[in-house]
Design a protein around this ligand. Structure first.
Ligand SMILES: *Cc1c(COP(=O)(O)O)cnc(C)c1O
Length: 375
């Protein structure tokens, strides 16, 4: 029997059947009245998810396109950006900014550690000439499972006055991100993460301060020109089925409520981490900076690659590999979006079985996880 794979990777994440069914329908015309009504409803729901009164732009792109749009619409060639990089995604934003001729000042931390908020404070306070025009922060660094202290970094950015651009790709819909309350200027995300959707849509919201900067920003832009999406919502042919599916997914999220969604992610994160500890495997990120979307495990007594291939072979559970220098050294367990408590119990139980088969004797994963899940 070919069992359905259990995707425990940080994107694409599992998709509910009601959402999937929208993708099986005939596409509708994107200028039709029906589609316009769906789009209008989706925009309202996106504002709810972002906790913002500002527009949320929908792009036909992956998350990278959304963050790239977030970077290139508000600056001019040679503008100086402070970019936090403590993993693959932070490093990617440095590459994007450089590709567009921005002047990048990186703040780095070793992979697995959070960005040092004091370093942001020092650099921003020292910049009395206001050379920094923007600060880019990856909230949940998916390559390591570290949640950066966005609130604190944002306080320092606010005191300085630069724009803050947030990669919220694996934090939006997983952890509290009060966009307006914190005054986050630009926030980008992608459909295949917390949205319970397949890949294909990117989202960017921007506030008045950002739109002011947009007016004078001179970097080249066309398909990712956010002003076009603000004026017309779908200036180019959008993936109409994905937008119908998005409506369903957001409706499901609304039924749960933001608080319940965030609590579920917290609980599943704690359960996963408790199970990994019970199994005697080291976690890459400390409890104090753990991402509610993903848990990275850095085993020393067994080979990470073997764990991944055996759990796939025995149980059809897909775990993510490490990236770059952590490739083959860690495995990552996603618990983002449409993940049930049962999925967590299943995953940690199967992990235990696989570890024992590989000669790492251990027990207690399910009990440890269950204890957190029933709290
Ligand atoms: C997935 C992800 C992205 C975007 O990746 P795409 O493959 O372009 O969708 C960006 N940032 C983070 C933190 C991510 O997890």
């Amino acid at each position: 029997m070919q069992e359905r794979a259990l995707l425990m990777i940080p994107g694409p994440t599992p998709v509910p059947e009601e959402v999937l069914l929208e993708l099986a329908k005939h596409p509708v015309g994107h200028r039709s009245k029906d589609f316009m009504a769906v789009t209008e409803a989706v925009l309202q729901k996106l504002k709810w998810l972002h906790q913002t009164k500002n527009d949320v732009m929908i792009l036909a792109s992956s998350g990278t396109g959304a963050v790239e749009a977030g970077i290139i619409n508000f600056f001019s060639p040679g503008d100086r950006l402070l970019i936090g990089a403590n993993g693959k995604f932070g490093e990617r934003w440095i590459e994007v900014a450089k590709a567009y001729g921005l002047d990048v000042d990186p703040i780095t931390a070793p992979w697995g550690q959070p960005l040092d908020t004091e370093e942001f404070r020092r650099k921003l306070e020292a910049d009395t000439a206001k050379a920094y025009k923007g600060v880019v922060v990856t909230h949940s660094e998916t390559s390591t499972g570290v949640l950066n202290d966005l609130a604190k970094i944002n306080d320092h950015v606010k005191a300085h006055g630069a724009l803050i651009i947030v990669d919220a790709v694996t934090s939006l819909g997983a952890v509290a991100l009060p966009v307006d309350e914190w005054g986050l200027d630009v926030v980008a995300s992608g459909s295949q993460k917390g949205y319970m959707l397949p890949p294909g849509l990117g989202f960017v919201t921007a506030n008045d301060r950002a739109w002011q900067a947009y007016e004078t920003a001179k970097l080249p832009r066309y398909y990712l020109d956010l002003g076009k999406y603000r004026r017309e919502v779908t200036p180019f042919t959008p993936p109409v089925n994905l937008i119908a599916a998005l409506y369903k997914a957001l409706e499901m999220m609304e039924q749960d409520g933001l608080e319940a969604i965030f609590n579920r992610h917290q609980k599943q994160m704690r359960a996963t981490r408790a199970a990994v500890k019970a199994l005697g495997l080291p976690l890459l990120a400390a409890d104090s900076c753990a991402s509610p979307a993903i848990t990275s495990v850095a085993p020393t007594t067994v080979d990470a690659q073997q764990v991944r291939s055996l759990i796939k072979k025995r149980f059809n559970i897909v775990l993510a590999d490490g990236q770059d220098h952590l490739k083959g050294k860690i495995f990552r367990m996603g618990h983002l979006g449409y993940v049930s408590d049962r999925d967590i119990i299943t995953a940690v139980g199967c992990l235990e079985a696989v570890l024992n088969e590989l000669g790492h004797t251990c027990s207690g994963a399910i009990a440890a996880a269950a204890q957190e899940l029933i709290k």
